[in-house]
Every structure is written in C-alpha cells, then in structure tokens.
Design a protein around this ligand. Structure first.
Ligand SMILES: NC(=O)c1ccc[n+]([C@@H]2O[C@H](COP(=O)([O-])OP(=O)(O)OC[C@H]3O[C@@H](n4cnc5c(N)ncnc54)[C@H](OP(=O)(O)O)[C@@H]3O)[C@@H](O)[C@H]2O)c1
Length: 359
C-alpha cells in the first residue's frame, strides 16, 4: 500500500493564517489552547496536525493525507463492525463506497442499511474484502478470528496487501497470536473497544504490533474516534483497560439501576427516575472530561456543610463505596489476564487456535 505522503511540514508565518485555515476546515476534531496540538480535518481524507505553543509566530503545519482510494474492510459484519463503519461514514473520514464488509449472513437490517448507503457488503467474501483493504478490521468473535485469518491464506499475494493495517477488535487475543498466523512484517494493531461504541460514545484503547508504526496507529485512531474516545497504550496495559472501560459499562449499569431504584424508593415514577439517573451519570462524566478537574474537586463543590449530598456520600463511604468499585476493576483486569493466558496456552496447544471470549 502506498500513502500519498506520510507527512510534510509547511511553515505558517502568522497566527492569522492559522485562523483562516481553521475557518476553512470542514470539521475540527479537537482544539486546545492550553496544549500544543490542534488537529483539524480539512477534507474527508486529509488529517492535519497543527502544532504550536501559545500564539505562534512560526507554527509547524503537518499534513498526513490518505490516498483518495483508501479502503476500509471488515471481516464479520455484526454489531461492532456496523457501528464502526457507520461512524466512519457519518464522519466522512472515508466514503461509504470505499468500505467493504464480509459476513456469513448479509440480510441483517444494519448491513442492508449500510449497503443502501454504498458499502460493499459481500456474503462469504472474506478474501475479496481483505484484498481491497488499506485497513482491515477483524470483527468476528474471538473464537473464530484465527481460523478465519488462516483460511484467508494471508501469505498469498492475491489476499492481504503487504502494507495493510490489520486491526483486531477481539477481546483477549494477543498481538503475538495474530501476528503468528500472518506473514512476517504484517502490521497489526490490537484494540479494546467497549459496548458504548455501539452508540457512538465508546472508550477504546489500542496497542501497536511489532511492525505497526505510530502513523499506522494514528490512522486507526482517527477512524475509531468516529465512535468514541481512543487512546494508545502498551499491550501489557490492555488487561487494565479491559477491567476499566471494557467491563466498566456493566459496573455503571449497576450503579444506574441503583440510582433509579433509589429514586423510585424516594417516590419518583420509574420513567422519571430512569431518565434522571441516566442523564445524571452522563452529565457528571461530561463535567470530568470537559472541566479537566479531579472528580474529588467536583464532588467538594456540590457537598455543602451539613447538606443533602454529604449525607448521601457518607452513606456510600460507610460501606467503602470507592474500595468496592476499585476491587471490581482490579478483579476484572485480573480475570482478563487469566483468560488471555488460557487463550494463549490453548492456542499453543491446539492447531485450530480456538479462543474463548468471556468478556
Ligand atoms: N459488542 C461489543 O460491545 C464489543 C465490545 C468489545 C469488544 N468486542 C469485540 O468485537 C468483536 C465483534 O463483536 P460483535 O459484538 O460485533 O459480534 P457479532 O455481532 O457476533 O458479529 C460478529 C459477526 O461475525 C460473523 N462471522 C462469524 N464467522 C464468520 C466468518 N467465518 N467470516 C465472516 N464473518 C463471520 C458473525 O456471523 P454469525 O452471527 O452468523 O456467526 C457475526 O455476524 C468480538 O471479537 C468482540 O470480542 C465487542
């Protein structure tokens, strides 16, 4: 695969020029005056990084362009694949017509909808979609992923192009396990998404395989950011990510249910309690992300002396609320590590590479 350009730097003489560029941008990905990075998307296929400190006199402007025929393919067209493809298409990162999805069954509502938008949906077309891909997203359940990869015969020249970035979203499968069934020097990226990605509000971490570059990671990050927040970590940290953001939605659902029940116990209707509880969790999370303040600071701001909120906080803390939640994350991370080890052993022992997902 050939990238148009891996990046180039252009000197920009004035801050005013930066502003013109920003107003011309069709989509601003993130803007921060405090940090040194502004990331702007000028066209659907150009990722632009503008770095400066404070108001710059000579900022550096770096453009990373993807080829106009850049293609994203998916093997497995279930919940995750269709959510990611929809996100990428809606954000105009890649046109729908430059995405392909292969699945055993293609008559699902989500695949029909994507097909109507121009996505090339292929039944039993794993090899076909793999051969088109600049980024190939492996989106089957973990237990079939390695057999599916082997069936592709990835070493044959008619299948995966040498520079294709291969992305696994499968829980528990290590980079080394995936790399082992691919030709040497294959670029592999392992991600750990979470369920809220299905509604465009996920939290996802990824780790680079031995041949994937930082730039490969940035391309995958931009694509996945269309449905949530994405961070890069070392592979060893993905068990912790599994315990926190992977399993976390279930912990939050428990908390939400408890909040709702508390509201009902206090006399609210179930309908009102559900709406208020969900909005409260979302709003509190947004305050942490947007205010950039420690949750303890935000909590202190709403706990007046002798007031209602501190009475509730006292009730939670008298049962070690924070310790219980910490234990939940630690236990989930520990279990992820154990399952990863079991999968790895099972893969070493079995030619079929059967992996069990227990997330
Ligand atoms: N859903 C989540 O919130 C979530 C969160 C974190 C990670 N993940 C990971 O994301 C991956 C996909 O999850 P999902 O929820 O999207 O699963 P899913 O809805 O079951 O989608 C997987 C799809 O792959 C198809 N498939 C099975 N064998 C295939 C083959 N040989 N060739 C092509 N397609 C094949 C399945 O068809 P059949 O149904 O007919 O078998 C199914 O349509 C999993 O590895 C999971 O660990 C998911």
């Amino acid at each position: 695969m050939e990238w148009c350009t891996s990046g180039r730097s252009l000197p920009l003489p004035t801050a005013a020029r930066c502003e013109i560029l920003l107003t011309q941008a069709s989509y601003i990905h993130s803007v921060s005056n405090q940090h040194s990075l502004i990331s702007v998307q000028l066209t659907q296929l150009s990722l632009v990084h503008l770095s400066f400190h404070s108001i710059p006199s000579h900022p550096q402007f770096t453009i990373m362009s993807l080829p106009p025929d850049f293609h994203v393919s998916f093997i497995g067209g279930g919940a995750m694949a269709t959510a990611i493809a929809s996100g990428i298409g809606a954000a105009k990162l890649v046109p729908y017509s430059q995405m392909s999805i292969s699945d055993i069954r293609t008559d699902t509502p989500s695949l029909r909808q994507l097909s109507s938008k121009g996505v090339r949906v292929e039944q039993h077309g794993n090899r076909v979609v793999a051969s088109r891909a600049n980024v190939l997203i492996l989106a089957t359940k973990p237990d079939v992923l390695l057999p599916v990869l082997r069936e592709l015969d990835p070493a044959s020249s008619s299948c995966i192009k040498p520079d294709t970035i291969i992305v696994s979203i499968a829980a528990g499968l290590k980079l080394s396990q995936i790399e082992a069934v691919l030709p040497p020097r294959s670029k592999v990226i392992r991600t750990m998404p979470n369920t809220p990605m299905l509604v465009g509000c996920g939290a996802c971490a990824y780790a680079l395989g031995s041949n994937a570059t930082k730039e490969d990671g940035e391309i995958v990050q931009k694509l996945l950011e269309s449905i949530g927040l994405v961070v890069r970590v070392a592979e060893k940290d993905l068990d912790g990510v599994t315990g926190l953001s992977g399993s976390g939605p279930a912990f939050v659902f428990l908390f939400l249910e408890a909040l709702m029940d508390g509201g009902v116990r206090a006399g609210l209707s179930r309908e009102v309690a559900t709406k208020l509880a969900a909005q409260t969790v979302m709003g509190a999370a947004k305050m942490v992300l947007e205010a950039g303040k420690h949750p303890a600071q935000l909590k202190d701001q709403v706990t007046s002396p002798g007031g209602t909120t501190i009475a509730g906080v006292h009730a939670l803390e008298s049962r070690a609320f924070r310790g219980i939640v910490m234990n939940a994350v630690v236990q989930a991370a520990k279990r992820a590590k154990e399952l990863g080890q079991m999968n790895s052993n099972s893969n070493n022992n079995q030619a079929t590479g059967k992996i069990q997902s227990k997330m």
